[in-house]
Design a protein around this ligand. Sequence first.
Ligand code: SIN
Length: 308
Amino acid sequence: MNLSITIAGVRFPSCFMNAAGARCVTREELEALGRSQSGAIVTKSMTLEPRQGNPEPRYYGFPSGSINSMGLPNLGYRAYAQIIPDLKRFQKPVIASVAGFGEEDFVTIAATINECRPDLIEVNLSCPNIPGEPQIGYDAEASERLLKRVRKVVSVPMGVKLPPYFDPAHQEAMARVLERVGVDFLSLINSVGNGLVVDPEREAVVIKPKGGFGGLGGTLIKPVALANVRAFWKLFAGRLPIIGTGGVISGVDAFEHLLCGASAVQVGTVLVEEDLGVFERLERELASVLARKGYDSPAACRGKLKEL
Ligand code: SIN
């Protein structure tokens, strides 16, 4: 089955791709994504200067998910500005993920990266792992100020990666911001920030940064991710493309994201755990679910979730 999709006028050969952060920091990792069956190459969120990230251990997988506090390890935007044009040869969309520590950083990075013509730019307002730096996406006014400035320097399709929201009032406030800014797609959701996993045998936390607090991913966050995809799908009446992220471990999980309104899905935890072969498995599994349900494409079931 053809699993291709279109977001903001850009065609993706498959609706599955990596989430920013998973196996996408170095040139080698990005090229490996290019050779894989991933439907796109999404870069690690880039900052002004190269970063080693937080001290290790900073990732821990467990049966129902993962916790991480990577701290934005990345090569710095100048390096990605060199790498992105070389990724074009893989003939699949490149999504550049932009982060920063303050409005000025975001604007500088976005302006330079826009000149390299990635197919899309994803503005990350939701990294929970930098000590002393709150997630911008939880501050609607700061998000609006920042996005309005970034919007002015970005001419490729621009999306926003948001943190999970747990109350409709917060989703509605952010939707109004996004309408005023004018964005082309959403990535929902980043990890569920500042969770805590305890190892009872060692009587200890499992990651080092921030006293063990970190972003949760994987199966345990799927209901939160689905809720955010569904809420924003409804708030925009299906007009704004959404890339669903969170808890996609199988083709059925991806199908659930599509039903809630996602156009495509990103994978993080399962990509870290299973490596690049995961894309082939997920595509096979989703194609089988869609065929069994009588849908001929991912778009055919998008948003079709029934309410009781
Ligand atoms: C990290 O590098 O700490 C994760 C990135 C993110 O959550 O945006």
